[in-house]
Design a protein around this ligand. Structure first.
Ligand code: SAH
Length: 467
């Protein structure tokens, strides 16, 4: 360990900053966030800096002298030559301040780490001045892991500290707090529902030994395939989960982001086998939550778009278990972005409709084809591959032109993505000739012509005949 980490209380303390530019401003922002009194010393201040700090800092236009540093507990020396920096540091040290010369660890008493700021909770990362960019990279990773409302959670915990201490014996407190942070109370605070979290907390404090340990279910969208399309929240929940129930559409790369000791249960359809029945999935969600686990139900795309997330939410809530939903990038928006196909376009399509080609028990979806054909805007069909011929026929018979552009996007946003383009009249052929086998989306409408993909005319004539 090259640098020893320590946290200083800067509230009301004086921090003197010499230097006039963005670097000086950056240090001032840190000190200001910690409640320090800030003094910019020197006359060559730039306009942006003065504008930003006019009401938040003081300005001392004298050229830095011992008096300028008289009250300083900390000093930042920014944008000076080595010689000037040494002179200013000596002045500051003589006045009793600790000095940081920006980007010159060798001349500094302390260095400023990369910081993740969540109110009371602060994470500081130092590379001992060796590789600040690496430090910043690590910071981004930690930022992504820590919930945004962590500051609310720590403030919440602080407000109950005395009450818990008064009520529970010292040896029971740790387990009690763990159950708070791992359970529904913290989940409520992090979801922004502080009122009910407070009620639950008061209950738990009053009956610390009788309260059964209950878990929570998070229904989480995993996006269309590319792990980078996970939301920060989905990533965090994945890493907090004790149990993960996942579908066929969720790839290994995404599961690899879960905690190593999490129980992973596959509940999707295996090739040629049947999926775990929906009631069984719901039963398992409830059982694991009742056993006090943090359960993540991980679903492809967005849980509320053709994902049966609504049914699962109802079932879990009916069982009296706390449940939350985290959205995901749905296949339509993910695939469209990946294929460079705008779902709406000011000139050619003013709306977009998502439909499913599939219905309960393999039946026909209850769709008004005449209405859909009449709309004339972008139509995105999920689960439509097997019924593509019928879908095209229904639309054409109801008046949509057979020449309407279509795009078929298979395994969109993954390394195996395939994009095929053609005309509505050839939709079924396009799928067969293109050998589409994986999950695929059909996009029907003028915008489909804009997709970066393989046009039908590029397929060999023999494939056309074979299809
Ligand atoms: N809840 C999911 C959809 C589940 S239905 C979502 O919001 O995306 C399953 C259908 O979604 C598939 O049949 C296919 O039509 C579509 N789909 C899901 N992932 C896809 C992908 N990566 N590429 C193309 N289509 C996809």
């Amino acid at each position: 360990m090259k640098s020893f980490p320590a946290f200083f209380d800067l509230a009301g303390k004086t921090v003197v900053i010499t230097g006039a530019g963005e670097v000086a401003s950056r240090k001032a922002r840190l000190a200001h966030a910690a409640g320090a009194r800030i003094v910019f010393a020197g006359s060559a201040l730039n306009e942006d800096l003065v504008e930003e700090w006019r009401d938040l800092a003081e300005f001392d236009a004298r050229s830095p002298s011992p008096e300028v540093f008289a009250d300083a507990q900390f000093a930042f020396v920014a944008s000076a030559s080595d010689e000037e920096a040494a002179r200013l540091s000596d002045l500051a040290r003589a006045a009793g301040a600790l000095v940081n010369v920006v980007d010159r660890p060798a001349l500094s008493d302390f260095i400023t780490p990369s910081i993740v700021d969540r109110g009371d909770v602060v994470v500081a990362i130092s590379t001992g001045g060796a590789a600040p960019v690496l430090g910043r990279r690590l910071r981004e990773k930690i930022e992504a892991l820590l919930p945004h409302r962590l500051s609310a959670l720590s403030a919440f915990a602080r407000s109950f500290r005395d009450a818990v201490a008064a009520r529970l014996a010292a040896e029971d407190r740790r387990a009690f707090w763990e159950s708070v942070f791992d359970g529904p109370i913290a989940a409520r605070v992090l979801a922004g529902d502080e009122t009910s979290a407070r009620e639950a907390m008061i209950d738990a404090i009053n009956r610390p030994h009788t309260a059964p340990k209950t878990g929570v279910v998070h229904i989480v969208g995993a996006g269309p395939g590319d792990p980078e399309l996970l939301t920060l929240k989905a990533l965090r929940l994945l890493q907090s989960a004790d149990v993960i129930l996942y579908d066929r559409l969720v790839g290994d790369e995404i599961l690899a982001l879960a905690r190593r000791d999490a129980l992973r249960l596959y509940v999707g359809k295996a090739k040629s086998a049947h999926a775990v029945p929906q009631e069984e999935i719901e039963k398992r969600l409830i059982e694991h939550a009742r056993a006090g686990k943090i359960v993540v139900r991980l679903k492809g795309g967005d849980p509320f778009i053709f994902g049966r997330g609504g049914e699962e939410l109802d079932a879990v809530k009916e069982a009296g278990i706390e449940a939350y939903v985290t959205p995901g990038v749905t296949a339509a928006t993910g695939c469209a972005a990946s294929a460079g196909l705008p779902l709406t376009h000011r000139e050619i399509s003013q709306a977009v409709t998502f439909v499913t080609g599939h219905a309960k028990d393999d039946g026909e979806p209850d769709l008004d084809w005449a209405a859909l054909a009449r709309l004339g805007h972008t139509l995105v069909v999920y689960m439509g591959v097997g019924k593509a011929d019928r879908i095209a026929r229904n639309l054409i018979e109801n008046g949509r032109s057979g020449a309407t552009p279509v795009a078929v996007i298979e395994k969109g946003t993954t390394a195996d993505e395939k994009v095929l383009k053609g005309r509505l009249a050839d939709l079924g052929f396009l799928i067969r000739a293109g050998g589409v086998a994986g999950p695929a989306l059909l996009v029907i409408g003028e915008v489909a012509a804009k997709a970066n993909g393989q046009a039908l005319s590029h397929l060999a004539a023999s494939e056309r005949r074979a299809a």
